[in-house]
Design a protein around this ligand. Structure first.
Ligand code: SF4
Length: 584
């Protein structure tokens, strides 16, 4: 049934597996064999896909499947305390279903609700602002098998979290008007407008959107439009609001790009954690089709373009453009070798424009209101405004739309974070700045960010923050290349050793050199940025590291070699002189 509903299309494998997971609580071996057979795929390819995504499982989960969001700011809001309390109350170990199959409790990477933490998911539904009192009630509801649909509705309430609006959040386009304006102006002239606006990719890398679109426009052959709505960078949650409230603007931007380059199809890749938004997004798509804004002959232009939504399944690396395209093709999200760029060889081997949600929304607004309206904001080399997701130690966490070029100090004043000692700009992959750098600017010319801003006050332990990020990258590395696969594990090990007070000066030197290696030789952006926070915090907070080091030792072995070979000695019966290890 599932395969037929998806027209036996191989690229929809991930969607099929998600449906099996939702109905069975896992993907059993017979399902793997079945899909391999009907889709004519190697079994290893299907199994590899299941094992790659953290929301797919090869063994059953509980009837109630609970995940707690576990980013640094979630922990600061007490996520680990409530997660442990629930596990204790229900008598479960993390990640293991209770023997009666009733429940599983797990931690997962950031679910994108940091300003309403502690947050998480139960059977795919997002809960926010979890408290210990609610945990008591949740445990009881689970014990009494009360369906999640009958749980208190306010547990599932998600605020939009908007604190400050700028030109983007203040602009609502009447459905179809940006497309009609673009058609009336002429699509090539609209491309000129997008170029002249200076809009740069809002995912953080800042590649000029107009230049990307022009590159695709000049390519012959089939084209696709894809939107990165994966928003997996811990601490980022502003695309959540754009998807919930500005879906028309997003679809309008994708449609204009599609009509411009002659694409017939586009895909929105929505992170699995935002599954609860699917119904709303599908409704908007259906309304737009009914209004002639998608499908055949869009706005009577004689051009066809339609959109489809693809749901991820929990893999941070799929935020990387080429990994996202692999995932859209129904494969594991392993980043591709680049060049060529996606504009040349992208989805299904064809020219593809891939932008994130904010970029498409702003491109639609530029198409409607013109380049000057946008470029009169921001600074010379970073035009326009940026949506920032602010969380952590501040009085007013939430979404702030500010002109690019705003200083960290000004942002802190707006969000009530004046007591900060450090700000992480751009999530774990970004830059950590201390007080003496608060006059730096959030812009592509200085501190680039996809939107994540985490605030830390004097009480926070920056070595521990760096340790948590090291764990995050070791967990999220896709394992494809050795420098990242092994390097992130080694960085995690050293971060633990130092944070636990067992590190030496020599370990710090090892970390520096390992960071250089991982940054320099990794295959994709994940590995290239994984060491950032360790390096930044060692530079900005050297006293927090030096106070943790063992003063009396220059070198502490990482493990006891004699002890580690005891078992082998017993198995081989060797206890002779030659077998002994001499440290001298
Ligand atoms: Fe995978 Fe890391 Fe290599 Fe990127 S750098 S391809 S995430 S192993």
């Amino acid at each position: 049934d599932i395969a037929a509903r998806h027209l036996h299309a191989r690229h929809r494998l991930l969607q099929m597996l998600r449906e099996v997971q939702a109905t069975r609580s896992y993907v059993p071996e017979e399902a793997i064999q079945f899909f391999a057979h009907v889709l004519n795929l190697p079994i290893a390819r299907v199994r590899g896909c299941v094992e790659f995504y953290s929301f797919l499982h090869t063994t059953p989960r509980g009837q109630f499947d609970v995940y707690f969001s576990d980013s640094v700011t979630d922990r600061m809001a007490g996520s680990q305390i409530v997660a442990k309390r629930l596990a204790e109350r229900l008598g479960v170990t993390f990640d293991k279903p209770r023997p009666d199959g009733r429940v599983t409790v797990s931690l997962t990477s950031c679910t994108g609700h940091c300003e309403q933490a502690p947050a998480g998911l139960v059977n795919g539904r997002v809960f926010t602002r979890m408290t210990e009192a609610r945990i008591e009630k949740m445990a009881s509801l689970i014990e009494h098998r009360v369906p999640v649909s009958e749980w208190p509705a306010d547990w599932f309430h998600v605020d939009d979290g908007i604190r400050e609006r700028g030109i983007t959040l203040d602009t609502f386009i009447p459905p179809g008007e940006a497309i009609r304006t673009a058609l009336a102006r002429g699509l090539p002239a609209t491309l000129d407008e997008v170029e002249h606006s200076g809009l740069q990719g809002r995912g953080g890398a800042g590649f000029p959107v107009g230049r990307k679109w022009r590159g695709a426009y000049e390519m012959k052959g089939t084209h696709y439009i894809t939107c990165n709505a994966d928003e997996g960078e811990p601490g980022t949650f502003k695309d959540r609001v754009l998807l919930a409230k500005y879906a028309d603007e997003l679809f309008e931007g994708m449609t204009i790009a599609g009509l411009l380059v002659g694409a017939k199809k586009g895909y929105v890749y929505v992170r699995g954690e935002y599954e609860y938004m699917m119904e709303g997004l599908q409704t908007v798509l259906a309304e737009r089709r009914a209004a002639g804004l998608l499908g055949d002959n869009v706005c009577e232009s004689g051009l066809d373009f339609d959109l489809r939504i693809h749901l991820g399944a929990g893999a941070y690396v799929c935020g990387e453009q080429s990994a996202l395209l692999e995932s859209l093709e129904g494969k594991r999200g392993i980043p591709r070798v680049r060049p060529p760029s996606a504009v040349k060889i992208g989805l299904f081997g064809q020219s593809t424009i891939n932008n994130n949600v904010e970029s498409f929304v702003q491109a639609a607004q530029i198409a409607w209101k013109g380049a000057e309206w946008f470029s009169s904001h921001g600074e010379a080399k970073s035009r326009g405004t940026k949506l920032l997701s602010v969380a952590g130690d501040c009085m007013r966490p939430g979404i702030y739309e500010l002109p690019l070029g705003t200083t960290v100090r000004e942002l802190l004043a707006r969000c009530g974070g004046e007591n900060a000692k450090a700000v992480q700009v751009g999530g774990p992959a970004g830059t950590c700045v201390g007080r003496d750098e608060f006059d730096r600017r959030v812009s592509y010319a200085d501190l680039a960010t996809g939107g994540s801003i985490m605030v830390f006050n004097d009480l926070r332990d920056m070595v521990d923050v760096a340790r948590q990020f090291a764990h995050f990258f070791a967990h999220e590395s896709c394992g494809f290349c050795t420098p990242c696969r092994v390097g992130t594990q080694m960085l995690k090990h050293y971060a633990d050793k130092i944070a636990d007070g067992q590190g030496t000066k020599r370990d710090l030197e090892q970390v520096r050199s390992l960071c250089d290696f991982v940054k320099g030789y990794s295959h994709c952006g994940l590995g290239e940025t994984a060491p950032n926070t360790l390096l930044d915090t060692m530079k900005s907070f050297p006293e927090e590291y030096s106070s943790r080091l063992l003063a009396e030792a220059d070198f502490v072995p990482d493990f006891d070699l004699d002890a580690s070979v005891t078992e082998s000695r017993a198995l081989t019966g060797r206890q002779d002189q030659l077998d002994q290890i001499h440290s001298d």
